[in-house]
Design a protein around this ligand. Structure first.
Ligand code: NDP
Length: 323
């Protein structure tokens, strides 16, 4: 089968399409023939070595397809099932071996592209808006990169929960997409000091919570956008990793709360994973949650997908199609 491997961390050109033996599922695992593969920023972190894995590094954390074989002791999933999964590395391939505990059987109404677009970013938006800081009517949140894959879903879920959403985006075109996802206001954060604009939009108060996936370039101004005792959720590094800070800074900026969450810690049991996945996939199947698939690429063109994502040239979700 064909698979993308990184023998040495670095630029997009380090991703090689190689021929490897088709894997077999071990006990508790299933073999999925992938029909659609989600591209996520975390794949870039593993490719460049910001997140560590032993070489050669397999990439891709999300996929959807058909179960081709099941290992010993697997229950609840069978050969021929249409499934999706995320947070298991190695989906940039024609086949993937996945722990059955991570597999979600798809509703009949859901196609593979939608499923592979919804799992990782959808469950992330779900835990951020429902658990890390459970938004409620009357809350105001700041969502960075609100035209991006994750940002667009956070925006929609925040609106479902009755919150006011102030989004950020780098261009007018992206701002219009963030508005279409439900953002009440959108700040062009490449053209102004966004914390001052947030203060203006909130009558000087600041927001209850910031969902910050941009990282290094926005972190400090995000802290300055919060109300006293507000919650700073730094959950990504699109512009680079946030450097160390002194805890005293949180005191000086208003007794702020700071968390750096990951999806894996918000899907720690099979029940928790299924509860989030069933919400997200159910909302997509019913049309309550809209996916925007920005672009699809053949698996062999993965380098271009990474160049586009890292270059801020994308909106919504990117997918790779094997075969
Ligand atoms: P996006 O589709 O959001 O793409 C990234 C966006 O970030 C860009 O389109 C761009 O939007 C913005 N951005 C701002 N500065 C930069 C920069 N210097 N370089 C590149 N992009 C920049 O990607 P994803 O939805 O896949 O991921 C978004 C973030 O969410 C990532 O940081 C990712 O790590 C994080 N994440 C974290 C998870 C967790 O559980 N902790 C799980 C899933 C995602 P604009 O042009 O409008 O500025």
């Amino acid at each position: 089968m064909k698979q993308i491997l990184v023998k040495e961390c670095g630029g997009p050109e380090k991703m090689e399409l190689v021929e490897v033996a088709k894997p077999a599922p071990g006990p508790g695992q299933v073999l999925v023939k992938l029909a659609s593969i989600g591209v996520n920023f975390i794949d870039i972190y593993f490719r460049i070595g910001l997140y560590k894995a032993p070489a050669p590094v397999s990439l891709g954390m999300e996929g959807a397809g058909v179960v081709e074989a099941v290992g010993e002791g697997v229950e609840g999933v069978k050969t021929g099932d249409r499934v999706a999964y995320c947070m298991v590395r190695g989906s940039y391939a024609e086949y993937a071996v996945v722990p059955a505990a991570q597999i979600v059987v798809l509703p009949a109404a859901l196609d593979f592209q939608s499923a592979s677009a919804a799992m990782l970013q959808g469950m992330t938006a779900h835990y951020l808006t429902h658990s890390t800081y459970a938004l409620k009517p009357g809350d105001t949140c700041l969502v960075h990169a609100a035209a991006g894959g994750t940002g667009g879903l956070i925006t929609q879920m925040a609106k479902m929960r009755g919150a006011r959403v102030i989004g950020t985006a780098s261009t007018r075109e992206k701002a219009a997409l963030a508005k279409a996802s439900g953002a009440d206001e959108v700040i062009l954060y490449t053209e102004c000091e966004f914390d001052q604009e947030v203060k203006r939009l909130t009558g000087g108060r600041g927001v209850d919570v910031v969902y910050d996936s941009v990282g290094a370039s926005t972190f400090m101004r995000s802290l300055d956008s919060l109300k006293p005792r507000g919650m700073m959720v730094t959950f990504g590094n699109a512009s680079g990793a946030v450097p160390a800070i002194e805890p005293l800074l949180l005191n000086q900026k208003g007794s702020l709360y700071l968390t750096r969450p990951a999806l894996a810690h918000y899907a720690t049991t099979r029940e928790e994973l299924l509860a989030r996945a069933n919400d997200v996939l159910g909302w997509v199947a019913s049309g309550k949650l809209k996916l925007r698939i920005g672009r699809t690429y053949p698996l062999a063109h993965v380098a271009q997908a990474h160049i586009d994502l890292a270059g801020r040239a994308t909106t919504g979700k990117l997918l790779l199609i094997p075969g």
